[in-house]
Design a binder for this molecule. Structure first.
Ligand code: SAM
Length: 266
């Protein structure tokens, strides 16, 4: 096992916080454990040598972020958001909308379960041939999770919270405990790589943004700036859904509080 020196640890923590917002200052052992095999594969004998590699090679930086991000997720996670979508968000957003188009973003989408769940919810709500365009943009910094999301292969464990009947309707069992998501759902989500610390490249504002269980790793100031960027990227009346353990400091952004983890742009 190769250990980080105090100086190397601080350098890495500052680099990741500065570029990706993620605070790993209490995760020394996690960093060493997750990067150990990368150094071993490359025959690198110190973290100092490794840092000069990641600073000069974007591919290596991707590999490091693929290792260091925490990507746990599953279908129908925090189901209150999807209930609220059916009960409030969809009825409100579809009222008097001539263009029949919803703009939805899953920011920090990991392996895609959040965006795909939202598509299934909308398929059930709109029914077939509604004429509505409700494709979702889903983004993450980890290229590894984005590749997995595009493939759409999931374990039985990831499907465990789905309502009865949805597994049969939207998945094909491939082998024991392995399920392939239907093309009908997959084609409704567009996956892209995006670092939430960067300026957002969108020209049109969104109706609904999911950013759940992403900001838990960010410091308060980084969160406040990001929440302001989400506010600026929403249409008036649009919604922001965050993780249940997260909060928006309302004195810093004019979001209207609806209920825990649900906010609306006034
Ligand atoms: C725990 S997953 C959340 C997945 C899903 N939103 C959910 O609630 O189940 C957190 C994701 O945020 C991504 N992430 C962390 N920092 C990011 C950043 N600066 N820009 C984009 N994505 C980031 C990670 O790569 C990871 O896939």
């Amino acid at each position: 096992m190769i250990h980080l020196t105090d100086r190397e640890f601080q350098e890495l923590v500052d680099f990741i916080r500065g570029n990706f917002g993620i605070n790993l200052s209490k995760k020394r052992l996690l960093i060493e454990a997750r990067l150990f095999s990368v150094l071993a594969e490359k025959n690198i004998s110190s973290f100092t040598e490794y840092f000069s590699l990641i600073r000069s090679n974007p591919e290596e930086l991707h590999t490091m972020m693929n290792r260091l991000t925490t990507n746990h997720t599953y279908f129908m996670r925090e189901p209150r958001h999807f209930e609220f979508m059916k009960e409030v968000i969809l009825p409100k957003l579809t009222e008097n909308r001539a263009d029949k188009c919803l703009r939805i973003w899953s920011a920090g989408c990991s392996t895609g379960e959040e965006a795909y769940t939202a598509i299934m919810v909308m398929k059930e709500w709109f029914g077939p041939c509604s004429g509505w365009d409700y494709r979702i943009l889903a983004t993450d910094i980890s290229t590894k999770v984005l590749d997995a999301a595009r493939t759409g292969v999931y374990s039985a464990d990831s499907l465990r919270n789905l309502p009865p009947g949805w597994e049969k309707r939207y998945f094909r069992k491939q082998e024991d405990q392995v399920y392939l998501l239907s093309e009908e759902v997959k084609k409704e989500v567009i996956f892209r790589s995006l670092n939430l610390m960067d300026a957002f490249p969108f020209r049109q504002p969104f109706d609904l943004i999911f950013c759940r269980n992403v900001m838990i790793y960010f410091e308060q100031e980084t969160k406040n700036k990001l929440i302001q960027k989400f506010y600026d990227s929403l249409k008036p009346g649009g919604y922001l859904l965050i993780g249940h353990s997260e909060t928006v400091q309302r004195d810093t952004v004019p979001f209207r509080y609806i209920e825990p983890s649900i906010y609306q742009k006034g």
